[in-house]
Design a protein around this ligand. Structure first.
Ligand SMILES: Cc1cc2nc3c(=O)[nH]c(=O)nc-3n(C[C@H](O)[C@H](O)[C@H](O)COP(=O)(O)OP(=O)(O)OC[C@H]3O[C@@H](n4cnc5c(N)ncnc54)[C@H](O)[C@@H]3O)c2cc1C
Length: 407
């Protein structure tokens, strides 16, 4: 169901999942598969778009496999075999991995339908605020669809509302209003470049500093091109303020500076507009739970700093939330289980945060690329980072840098 139909909305359910992005749909799928009565709501209709690079890195493949959706996604996605890292001096290294690109409009609709196929009900409605019992425990939510406001009671609420902090604030979970980063992307149709841009190209250069640019080959002769800046805001008097960053100007500089981007924009046709969106990274900026409520996905900061990738970790945290709620135990025990799951992921997020220094000092990318071209072991380690079998931070820690010269 898309539009609000009072008769179709249950007055209560076991778990109310707010937000039908990768985190919310993954949580809904796991819970519904286990027989829980799940209501999945999103303020936008099924088939909505999401501003994203659409790149599926290995953690997303693993999450989709666990959800039983990988084959269906790969049947529609553009398969990619490498991340092409390009340094400011033009040096390039192709890091192998299981990669793909599928526009979020399609991916998110598949995930949502997958949750519905397991028994979750989907309703287009906006979360306004939580319902609380006499002890202050969340016991449902007030939702709005058009002019109608209605209440849904639930044993648990999973808040998976992404990087825009409005719902987080309304739920009393937001610790930092400003995002960790911002990014801008567009789709370009350029059949003549199919087969010529084959990797997920990630480009560091002085022109895009303090960010990075990308070109990702999407299905049907399309390319996703964009620029991102993590660490885009600074704390000013207790509140965050955007640094002097103009994403559109960085995008133009990327196109001017990186020859394949210039060729793409020259030979291709921009489909729709360039669109920007915020990022929330490093599992920071929000409380992870309160009695009766868990926060999952990018609302909990589940996007990686440095690369801005978050689809895989959004699904993973959604599944962690669902798995915690399927265990026996009281409110405190279930929340502790979920928070322990997130805590176990935290070191990896912290390492990506440290790796983020490459964006501020692109010469580090030059150094890494130069060394990786000479060292199969280093290339294997970079592939290990991508495939989540080794630590990213080691590559840019002091120890890691000194090892670059020894390997
Ligand atoms: C430009 C850009 C490029 C990116 N590129 C990549 C990439 O290539 N690969 C990658 O892995 N990641 C990328 N990311 C990050 C990725 O988009 C996020 O990590 C991911 O979408 C997080 O998933 P989520 O389910 O937590 O949130 P979302 O996908 O944002 O879903 C949240 C949902 O909640 C809904 N919602 C919000 N508020 C309410 C409310 N009050 N009531 C009801 N519903 C609500 C929204 O409508 C939305 O559907 C990129 C991000 C940006 C901005």
């Amino acid at each position: 169901m898309n539009a609000y139909d009072a008769a179709a909305v249950p007055a209560r359910c076991d778990v109310l999942v707010i937000g039908a992005g990768p985190a919310g749909s993954a949580a809904a799928r796991v819970l519904a598969s286990a027989g829980r009565e799940v209501l999945l709501v999103d303020q936008q209709p099924l088939g909505r778009d999401k501003t994203c690079g659409d790149g599926l890195i290995p953690d997303a493949h693993q999450a989709l496999r666990r959800l039983g959706l990988l084959d269906a996604v790969m049947a529609r996605a553009q398969r990619v075999a490498h991340v092409g890292c390009v340094g400011p001096r033009g040096g390039r290294i192709d890091v192998p991995g299981s990669l793909a690109v599928l526009p979020r409009q399609q991916l998110d609709e598949m995930l949502n339908r997958h949750a519905q196929a397991a028994g979750a009900r989907f309703v287009q409605a906006r979360f306004e605020r939580p319902l609380e019992d006499a002890q202050g425990r969340v016991c449902g939510a007030v939702l709005r669809a058009g002019d109608a406001e209605f209440e849904v009671r639930a044993d648990w609420v999973v808040l998976a509302t992404g990087a825009v902090p409005k719902a987080l604030s309304a739920a009393g979970m937001c610790e930092r209003h400003t995002p960790s980063g911002v990014a801008l992307r567009g789709y370009v149709q350029a059949p003549s470049l199919v087969g010529r841009i084959r990797a997920l190209e990630v480009v560091w250069s002085r022109a895009v500093r303090p960010g990075y640019g990308w070109i990702f080959p999407a299905p049907d002769g399309h390319f996703n091109i964009g620029v991102g800046v993590t660490d885009s805001h600074r704390a000013v008097g207790g509140k965050g303020a955007k640094k002097d960053i103009n994403l559109r100007a960085i995008f133009d500089a990327f196109v001017k500076d990186y020859a394949p981007a210039a060729e793409l924009m020259r030979e291709g046709r921009l489909v729709g507009e360039l669109k920007g969106a915020p990022l929330r990274c490093t599992l920071a900026g929000a409380r992870w739970s309160r009695p009766g409520l868990l926060v999952a996905g990018e609302a909990a900061g589940s996007t990686y700093s440095f690369t801005g990738e978050g689809i895989g970790k959004a699904m993973e945290t959604g599944m962690l939330a669902a798995e915690a709620l399927l265990q026996p135990g009281d409110d405190a025990a279930l929340r502790a289980r979920y928070e322990a799951g997130l805590q176990a992921l935290k070191p990896r997020f912290d390492l990506y945060e440290r790796a983020n220094r490459v964006n501020a000092a692109p010469w580090l990318a030059d150094l890494l690329i130069w060394r990786a071209r000479k060292s199969p072991r280093l290339l294997a380690r970079m592939s290990g980072v991508l495939n989540e079998t080794s630590n990213p931070g080691n590559l840019v820690s002091l120890k890691g840098l000194s090892r670059l010269f020894l390997e």
